[in-house]
Design a protein around this ligand. Structure first.
Ligand SMILES: Nc1ncnc2c1ncn2[C@@H]1O[C@H](COP(=O)(O)OP(=O)(O)OP(=O)(O)O)[C@@H](O)[C@H]1O
Ligand SMILES: [Mg+2]
Length: 153
């Protein structure tokens, strides 16, 4: 069944590490219309941060590029978040999503837990990717305070 979108925001920004905190705050600001709990806001910020950081450090690595953040609120109180890049892409998505799997060089000291963190904080995480074309991570979370977010729609 197609869900009813009651609000949407699309934000694009250059793949710079200083934009990680911007994206995190933008997602939190959008989610605030659902009158979320502190835990819900923390979950959204953490998940967005992991996905945007991945686009910047893995998708584009040393190259310039644009990251797009799509934020949607559905009528049933589900928050939809998509993080898109047109970077290198992922050859094996199942492997990339395994806990502790990372292609980052050892000196970067990445733990390979970004996708695991996204999955633990959001209700669903889906990844679409094509090598040389880019990656889209779609995450959804049903916000518990949904009754209030429907007021004034
Ligand atoms: N947007 C992306 N573009 C290209 N490759 C990606 C992208 N996102 C993730 N990957 C690949 O998936 C792997 C796993 O990502 P994940 O976020 O779980 O771990 P990590 O980024 O390596 O480490 P951590 O997130 O713990 O710092 C990455 O090492 C990288 O190879
Ligand atoms: Mg990561």
């Amino acid at each position: 069944m197609k869900k009813n979108i009651i609000n949407e925001s699309v934000i694009s920004f250059p793949a710079l590490s200083r934009n990680e905190s911007f994206a995190r705050s933008a997602a939190a600001a959008f989610a605030s219309q659902t009158d979320p709990t502190v835990a819900e806001i923390a979950a959204v910020k953490t998940a967005v941060s992991e996905a945007v950081t991945n686009s910047i450090v893995h998708g584009y690595r040393d190259a310039a590029g644009t990251v797009t953040l799509v934020l949607r609120l559905y009528a049933d109180g589900t928050l939809y978040i998509a993080v898109k890049d047109r970077g290198r892409g992922i050859a094996d998505i199942t492997q990339a999503m395994q806990p502790m799997f990372s292609t980052a060089p050892a000196e970067e000291e990445r733990s390979g837990l970004g996708f695991t963190v996204m999955e633990s904080f959001m209700d669903s995480v889906r990844v679409r990717s094509a090598v040389g074309k880019g990656t889209t991570v779609v995450m959804e979370k049903r916000m518990k305070s949904r009754e209030r977010c429907l007021v004034g729609r």
